[in-house]
Design a protein around this ligand. Structure first.
Ligand code: AKG
Length: 368
């Protein structure tokens, strides 16, 4: 864990080298006092506005099926409401919030949601302004992301007594880039996240020791033309030099009691490697644990050791006329559930006023 010096929320005080070192060592890093709590309050107010606009009845009626309930299981895997939410702001209920018999909410609306997603960072001006501020660019750059794109964003509610567990997972199961999963989550508690209300838990270093053996893959049904998702178990990726298959018993052993809780106070920021194993408990307390999170992938060049060596040799031989061959760029995997569309491409995190987003010029430096 890193404490921003003097509790000043001053981005200039950040020890970017230490952030990068801890992130590479553990697969996550908590930066305390990263943002002024007043900035988080703006997100809380906007979240409340969004919840007020939510009409569960209307959403259900429009789609004529039980579409809004969030579950990592079957229901979600074929439904358009979820799979079509990549370029929208949509609401997902907690499993126990909806009373099917009476076709109504079982709990007050304010406590009923599991999450809102997945394009808050683009479609909501408050979240957009927040996401593209300079301080996120600085820390992501310090970790070595060359050209990150924001692929999704969510408010995760973890509401009191109803907020469900998030089982252990690696984000790369859901968000994969090719040829390697260079994906990061940025996670910000909107209230203090503690061991009692379901803070995140990690297996430190598991991004190096746990190969990626499960991906959530998009298929098109040739018969009815519908998109559906399924988990496919394979040796998808392991970091070079650590390519042994882990069978499920071994995995169980690796996971058991290896998790550490990472309480995070309002104003702090957690960076999460796409391969690190993490989870969170259900919220059995009477305190909410809302969080805003967005995920990025680095479409920068794919480097390997050979490239680096070759570059160094060519630089050294300054008389040579040959140039290093162009490196391939990393691609968003077409089998991921979330995809850009004809109308919407994933926005770049490092925007500079010269790229395609004229409506948003200058925001990254203004918003501090
Ligand atoms: O907010 C939570 O409880 C879980 C978040 C998480 O696992 C993620 O964003 O990958």
């Amino acid at each position: 864990m890193l404490k921003n010096s003097n509790n000043k929320n001053d981005e200039n005080n950040l020890d970017l080298d230490a952030i990068s070192t801890l992130f590479n060592r553990d697969g996550f890093v908590l930066i305390e006092n990263f943002l002024p709590t007043t900035m988080i309050d703006e997100l809380l107010i906007e979240t409340k506005n969004l919840v007020e606009q939510f009409d569960p009845q209307q959403t259900l009626n429009n789609d004529n099926e039980e579409v809004t309930i969030f579950s990592a299981g079957q229901k979600q895997s074929t439904n358009e409401y979820f799979l079509g939410s990549g370029d929208k702001i949509r609401y997902f209920l907690e499993q126990d919030a909806w009373d099917e018999k009476n076709n109504s909410l079982r709990v007050p609306k304010i406590n009923s949601l599991n999450k809102i997603g997945h394009a808050l960072h683009w479609l909501n001006p408050v979240f957009k302004r927040f996401t593209f501020q300079q301080r996120f660019q600085n820390i992501v750059r310090s970790i070595g992301f060359e050209d990150p794109l924001v692929v999704q964003s969510m408010v995760i509610f973890k509401n009191p007594r109803i907020g469900t567990e998030v089982p252990d997972h690696q984000d790369a199961t859901f968000l994969y880039s090719t040829p390697d999963p260079r994906v990061m989550g940025v996670w910000l508690p909107l209230q203090d996240a503690t061991e009692t209300n379901g803070c995140l838990q990690f297996i430190p270093g598991s991004h190096r020791t746990h190969p990626l053996q499960k991906r959530w893959i998009r298929h098109l049904d040739p018969i009815d033309g519908r998109v559906y998702m399924e988990y496919v178990h394979r040796d998808w990726y392991s970091i070079p030099g650590n390519n042994h298959h882990i069978d499920s018993d071994e995995k169980e052993l690796l996971n058991k009691s290896k998790f550490i809780s990472v309480p995070a106070s309002k104003g702090s920021c957690l960076l999460i490697d796409g391969l690190v194993v993490h989870r969170s408990d259900p919220n059995l307390s009477d305190k909410a644990r809302p969080a805003y999170t967005f995920h990025i992938f680095d479409q920068g060049f794919v480097h390997d050791k050979y490239d680096d060596d070759e570059r160094k040799i060519l630089e050294h031989q300054s008389t040579t006329t040959s140039k290093p061959k162009p490196k391939p760029k990393r691609q968003w995997n077409p089998f991921n559930w979330i995809q850009p569309t004809d109308q919407y491409s994933f926005p770049r995190l490092y925007r500079n006023g010269h790229d395609d987003d004229n409506d948003y010029d200058g925001v990254s430096s203004d918003f501090k």
